[in-house]
Write a protein that binds this ligand. Structure first.
Ligand SMILES: [Zn+2]
Length: 85
């Protein structure tokens, strides 16, 4: 499936919002009530925080894959966390 401009914008916004804390997201949510992309990004980021996840110590990528969590593996570095330099 080809990504639309909106998909790219949403991904970009989600990436940016992952760095914000819950308070900051709350402010944005109130500030942009009519912006569908921003609202969807905020909802996605907040939903992610309720799920178990693992953050790679090397590249900071967050994974929600249960296998990655169990094995402490990073799909971006293709390495197990305890094998990292
Ligand atoms: Zn990594």
């Amino acid at each position: 499936m080809k990504k639309t401009d909106r998909d790219w914008m949403l991904e970009e916004t989600i990436r940016a919002y992952r760095g914000l804390d819950d308070d900051a997201l709350g402010v944005l949510k109130a500030h942009w009530p009519a912006d569908r992309v921003r609202q969807e990004a905020i909802a996605t980021v907040l939903a992610e925080r309720d799920r178990p996840s693992i953050t790679c110590p090397a590249c900071r990528m967050v994974s929600y894959n249960p296998n990655d969590i169990r094995e402490r593996y990073c799909g971006h570095c293709h390495q197990f966390h305890n094998e990292m330099p």
